[in-house]
Every structure is written in structure tokens, then in C-alpha cells.
Design a protein around this ligand. Structure first.
Ligand code: RB5
Length: 147
């Protein structure tokens, strides 16, 4: 699978752990910046990465900021994006199994590198269960259409 990874200045320190784990799991990784600690706006990078997912240029995105919150709020404004802000492995697994999340948001000031790697592994290795959950995800899409 192809993953785009994007971060703001607050997320940059966690990016190596994310990319290392994705590559260890055999995923293709494309970095979209930011590449230094100069202050920038997380929403610019959320849009840049989510556009790739929506267009089909990437299968998934991982977005990293200080808390994961700004990235997830921004990402979820985009049609077709289901972004999960996660700080432990169980929710990472469930975000795929039940919510069919296509974007994982992480907080570099919230989690350490080892928990981060466990989260990434759950997100990558868990499949969407479909069935009754598909119906619920379809209802989320309907909210996008109607509002
Ligand atoms: C940047 O200082 C910080 O606000 C940002 O990385 C993120 O945590 C916002 O949600």
C-alpha cells in the first residue's frame, strides 16, 4: 500500500518512527513535508496529504502534529476522508476494523516512539470488517453529501 506522510513543525520529531515502521511493514512511503522546525500551519499539510488519498494517488495518509488534533480536524473537513486521531494501539486497530479510517493522525507531543510504532502496525495490518460497519460508514458519507 502507498502511504503519504505529512507533518507540521510540532510533528516532525515523530516522523522518523512512523516512516521506519511503515517501511518495515513493506509499505511504500512518500514524504510531503514539512521538513524543518520552522513554524507552519498543520491544515496546509493535512490538505496536501488528503488530496492524494481522495484522488487515489495514495491509499492512506499519516498526519502528525503536536497533538494530532489540528490535523484530524482539518482532514475530516475533506470529502471522502475518515481521519482517526489515535494515541493507543486498540483505537488504531478499531479505526480500521469498524470505521474504515483512511487517515491516521498522531500527536508527537502525546505519544512516544514505541507506542507510535505499535499504533502504526495495528493501522497497517487491520482490515475493515465491512458488514454492519459498512452501513455505518455509508451514513457518514451521507452526512458529507447533505451538509
Ligand atoms: C503547533 O504548535 C501545534 O499547535 C500543532 O502542532 C498541533 O498540535 C495542533 O493541533
Amino acid at each position: 500500500m502507498k502511504f503519504v506522510v505529512a507533518n507540521d513543525h510540532g510533528g516532525i520529531d515523530l516522523k522518523p518512527a512512523v516512516c521506519e515502521k511503515l517501511e518495515e511493514l513493506g509499505q511504500e512511503v512518500v514524504h510531503l513535508g514539512t521538513y524543518n522546525k520552522d513554524s507552519c500551519d498543520y491544515s496546509d499539510f493535512a490538505v496536501k496529504a488528503c488530496e492524494k488519498v481522495v484522488n487515489g494517488d495514495a491509499d492512506f495518509a499519516v498526519l502528525i502534529c503536536g497533538t494530532g488534533l489540528g490535523m484530524s480536524i482539518s482532514a475530516n473537513k475533506m470529502k471522502g476522508i475518515r481521519a482517526a486521531c489515535v494515541s493507543e494501539p486498540y483505537s488504531a486497530m478499531m479505526s480500521r476494523a469498524h470505521n474504515n479510517a483512511n487517515v491516521l493522525c498522531l500527536g508527537a507531543r502525546v505519544i512516544g516512539t514505541e507506542v507510535c510504532k505499535m499504533i502504526v502496525e495495528e493501522f497497517v495490518t487491520t482490515q475493515f470488517e465491512g458488514g454492519r460497519h459498512q452501513k455505518r460508514v455509508d451514513k457518514i458519507s451521507k452526512i458529507e453529501e447533505e451538509n
